[in-house]
Design a protein around this ligand. Structure first.
Ligand code: TXA
Ligand code: MG
Length: 545
């Protein structure tokens, strides 16, 4: 097939080519068009034959649905059977822009476009060329314009490399601004869920519609037999030919890891090449490709797919990559990079995970504050314990299975009913602990990993029941905080506003000081005139660099 190259850089100068693109699309053709995220491979969304050609050109599995691109909000009513209130609010805030919303589809939308689903994904791109082409033609079904499984194209040349000879035309609209695909959010469930992170972040969305969840599949491979909420998540994605591993760790930890590896290239941040960085020494010996600045997720998003293609062009075989921050748009960068490396992740941290524990009222909080001042990230397991029983938590069904479906009413946990059942006898209480402790520890460790990835000096897991939950086994060291009984009594009555008697009752069911001190590497005795820094000097010398 001959592929026409159209110049579509300017709305005015290139209007003839823009019209040509629209004409080809109206007549059932397939055209690669620029958008602000990545290039899309477009066809008339309502023409099944045209859409079929898109699947063929990409080599895309038929059950992976396409996004329908519109140019004005009202077009949504011809596509979605139902437009939720939250969709209107999000459109108001972020359209045109890199946000795709999933809602129930109208019967007029062919199943080939929606991958056989009764829902449909819609987005209004902000790229003015895309907008004009849609206005002059029709709503366009458009996946990213790469061969299925390869990195998405962020410039004309990438599309030409992948699609020449496979499609009717390719528009040259310059480089894409964002560089990663749009955020995909489904509004079909009780709580809106982000299926794919992108340029519009969770925080931005939450500021408009409140609670939003992130699909676990965003940062984890699908487990065996697990169903993908978004069909796209089950396929290998964004994969260069090279074997890439992501190394979690600081610049120094990365440099060490790379020095010991048999990789032939590294994928690093631009600032890693400054002579002051421990990474810069690698460039004498290894190939180097960069993707953005370490403290700027937007620049990483813009460069990532480009960098992945560069790695293959240079012919590198084994590559180690720096690990980006997960914050904000960083989540989208991590999602694409983790997938590109097939979830090959190496933890090269030399910084520790520290357990912090002790009985109630002993003053763990003061020690946590001190450790924060030393640059540690503190993870509060009491908070996690509350989160796992919050409405919408995926842990609730696990509890319901063990303690009765009626402990959940309208998606909310009946805490009193659970307490009644779980504290009825020792066996039930143990059952509850066996369920909750590993879940809390798993989440705490995940956050500890995040804290170290964000560069904290250490990750501190603050857990009153650290030993009981077996958390000490996954920590590099443990600090116990104890205090004389009278001081604890005073603190508990003041803090919780309870009588001395009640406070004494609570204290009597707790472990002895000896229980903690015999198991911890370091102990802080928190009493009159005590100095935390002095008591933790040994810890600081051994574990904080
Ligand atoms: O930025 C973008 O979104 C780019 C540009 C071209 O607009 N498009 C894009 O399309 O990335 P594509 O096909 O590569 O990715 C669409 C994603 C896939 O993961 C697909 O599974 C998901 O959206 N998706 C589409 N419709 C869906 C639906 N009804 N339910 C769940 N997921 C859906
Ligand atoms: Mg894609």
């Amino acid at each position: 097939m001959d592929t026409l190259v159209l110049k579509t850089r300017s709305l005015t100068d290139d209007i003839a080519d823009i019209k040509t693109a629209a004409d080809i699309l109206k007549n059932g053709g397939v055209v690669a068009i620029p958008t602000e995220t990545v290039y899309g491979l477009a066809a008339d969304a309502f023409n099944p034959d045209a859409v079929k050609r898109v699947f063929e050109a990409k080599g895309r599995p038929a059950d992976n649905p396409l996004i329908i691109h519109i140019a004005g909000f009202d077009e949504i009513y011809g596509i979605a059977a139902e437009v939720p209130e939250k969709a209107k609010k999000l459109a108001e805030a972020f359209w045109p822009g890199p946000l795709t919303m999933i809602m129930p589809k109208r019967s007029e939308v062919p199943y080939i476009t929606s991958g056989g689903l009764d829902t449909v994904a819609v987005r209004m791109p902000s790229n003015i060329i895309a907008n004009r082409i849609i206005s002059l033609s029709c709503p366009l079904a458009a996946p990213s314009a790469n061969i299925s499984g390869f990195p998405s194209p962020t410039c004309f040349q990438h599309v030409a490399d992948d699609m020449t000879g496979r499609v009717d035309a390719i528009c040259d609209g310059g480089d894409c601004e964002v560089g990663v695909e749009s955020t995909v959010i489904t509004l079909c469930g009780e709580v809106p869920e982000i299926l794919r992170p992108g340029g519009i972040t969770k925080e931005m969305i939450e500021s408009v519609i409140g609670e939003v969840r992130i699909s676990p599949a965003v940062l984890n491979p699908l487990g065996e037999g697990e169903r993908a909420a978004s069909p796209g998540m089950k396929y290998k994605h964004y994969s260069p030919l090279a074997d890439i591993s992501v190394v979690k760790g600081s610049a120094a930890e990365f440099a060490d890891c790379a020095a010991r590896s048999d990789c032939d290239a590294v994928l690093v941040f631009e600032d890693d090449l400054a002579s002051s960085s421990p990474v810069s020494g690698l460039k004498d010996r290894l190939g180097v490709v960069t993707f953005g600045r370490s403290d700027d997720s937007l620049s990483q998003a813009k460069r990532l797919f480009d960098a992945l293609r560069e790695i293959d062009e240079a012919g590198y075989k084994k590559v180690l990559s720096r690990s980006p921050s997960r914050r904000g748009v960083g989540l989208a960068v991590c999602n694409r990079l983790y997938r590109a490396c097939g979830f090959n992740i190496i933890k090269a941290y030399r910084r520790p995970v520290v357990g912090l524990t002790g009985p109630t009222g002993a003053g763990k909080g003061f020690v946590a504050e001190y450790l924060t001042r030393l640059g540690c990230g503190v993870i509060d397991t009491d908070k996690i314990a509350r989160e796992i029983t919050d409405p919408g938590s995926d842990f609730l069904p696990v509890l319901a299975e063990q303690f009765g479906a009626d402990i959940i009413k309208d998606g909310e946990l009946d805490r009193r009913l659970l307490a009644q059942r779980a504290f009825a006898d020792k066996k039930s209480q143990e059952k509850l602990n066996r369920l909750t402790h590993p879940e809390i520890m798993r989440r705490a460790l995940d956050r500890a990993d995040d804290a170290l990835n964000e560069g904290e000096a250490a990750a501190v897991i603050d857990a009153p029941l650290l030993f009981e939950a077996g958390g000490d086994k996954v920590c590099d060291t443990v600090i116990a905080v104890i205090a004389p009984e009278e001081i604890r009594l005073e603190r508990i009555t003041a803090r919780d506003g309870i009588t001395e008697e009640e406070a004494r009752r609570r204290m009597s069911v707790q472990q002895s000081d000896e229980f903690y001190t015999s198991r911890a590497e370091f102990t802080v005795i928190s009493c009159e005139g005590y100095s935390v820094p002095e008591q933790l000097r040994g810890f600081k010398e051994k574990y904080l660099q």
